[in-house]
Design a protein around this ligand. Structure first.
Ligand SMILES: *Cc1c(COP(=O)(O)O)cnc(C)c1O
Length: 341
């Protein structure tokens, strides 16, 4: 199979149309078999539930070419589980777990020519999503849904090394205490756009959201969970019901404990403690970990001891170990790597 002639190392994070995508439809109370299609466009009614009331949720994962030449995905079962909880919270029909994993594999296999080669740093990003598609004008859940998965190649996240980020404590809230912060709803992202555009205009890379109820505890950013390292090398991540359970963060906590022998803690993290941490990173599928060098709270700067030049030492070890597992260079815990071919 011949690969597409792309400049893999210099790809960005933009949408590139690939050959095939998966589509399944939910109607009369059940999902059809679904199929691969070449058509990237969707035709829907002007009054579709997703357009009027944002009834949609999504997932994001990647396919990698390993050192030995296999094409694999990383823990797709957890993406299936998370999509199920998102659907339940949004009164949408769940897409069965086994069918989800099969459909992800089918899309990757059908777009094999677009899976970046090992060593390029690029990956194939996979985007599953579900939305209400029939006309809905009175506020209620749609009766008909579409589930789709497309794939698009994305370039290396860190070109020329990871540059630590400068983030600000946001004046906006991301998620209410009993709201939808813990599911991957499109609406959470719509709400975060003004906050991120504002932060960028002020010269910051990202927002740190605090818990809306007390504004004293660290939650997460718009699209990544926090991971902190204490001065005595303990790995700490905030616990809250309104944080999106990042698969990367959960995996990194296992790596910290089982591979690096570090103590790990998932607990409430007060903003007042942040000044005492040695390292800080943002975890998500896109970057695995982006190091944070500086956190600014209304003009007051917290400069992490790891500095603005490179990742901190523990963050770097976590990053190297997890990416090594994903790329097949380090043995993975059982069930983490799903081989497609
Ligand atoms: C998707 C997402 C993450 C990262 O989750 P991963 O499973 O690691 O990709 C973190 N925070 C939010 C708000 C997200 O939507």
């Amino acid at each position: 199979m011949e690969k597409k002639n792309l400049d893999w190392q210099n790809l960005g994070f933009g949408y590139v149309t690939t050959d095939k995508r998966f589509v399944a439809n939910y109607k009369d109370g059940k999902w059809d078999e679904g199929a691969l299609t070449e058509d990237p466009n969707i035709v829907m009614n002007e009054c579709a539930g997703v357009l009027q009331y944002a009834q949609t949720c999504f997932e994001g994962l990647k396919a990698y070419t390993t050192k030995s030449g296999h094409i694999v995905t990383f823990r797709p079962d957890l993406n299936a589980d998370r999509l199920i909880s998102s659907c339940k919270r949004l009164e949408m029909p769940v897409f069965p777990k086994e069918k989800f994993i099969d459909a992800v594999s089918a899309v990757v296999a059908a777009n094999e020519a677009w899976v970046p080669p090992f060593g390029s740093g690029a990956t194939l990003y996979i985007r599953p999503y579900i939305f209400g598609i029939n006309p809905v004008i009175g506020v209620k859940p749609a009766d008909e849904y579409q589930f789709r998965i497309f794939a698009t190649p994305v370039g290396p996240y860190f070109k020329g090394g990871a540059k630590p980020l400068t983030i600000k404590v946001s004046d906006f809230d991301r998620a209410a205490p009993k709201g939808t912060g813990n599911i991957k709803a499109g609406a959470n992202y719509a709400m975060s756009l003004h906050a991120i555009v504002t932060a960028h205009q002020e010269g910051f890379d990202e927002n740190m959201y605090l818990d809306p109820a007390t504004r004293t505890k660290v939650e997460e950013t718009g699209g990544a969970n926090f991971l902190f390292v204490t001065k005595d090398n303990k790995v700490v991540t905030p616990k809250s019901d309104s944080i999106l359970p990042s698969i990367t963060r959960r995996s990194l906590m296992v790596v910290a404990k089982e591979y690096l022998g570090l103590e790990v803690e998932e607990r409430e993290v007060y903003f007042d403690e942040v000044k005492d941490f040695a390292e800080c990173g943002l975890c998500g599928t896109a970057a695995v970990i982006s190091p944070v060098g500086k956190i600014v709270d209304h003009g007051k700067e917290i400069c992490l001891p790891s500095g603005m030049d490179s990742m901190g030492p523990v963050t770097k070890k976590l990053y190297d170990t997890l990416t090594g597992i994903q790329m097949g260079e380090i043995e993975a815990p059982k069930g983490w790597i799903h081989v497609i071919k």
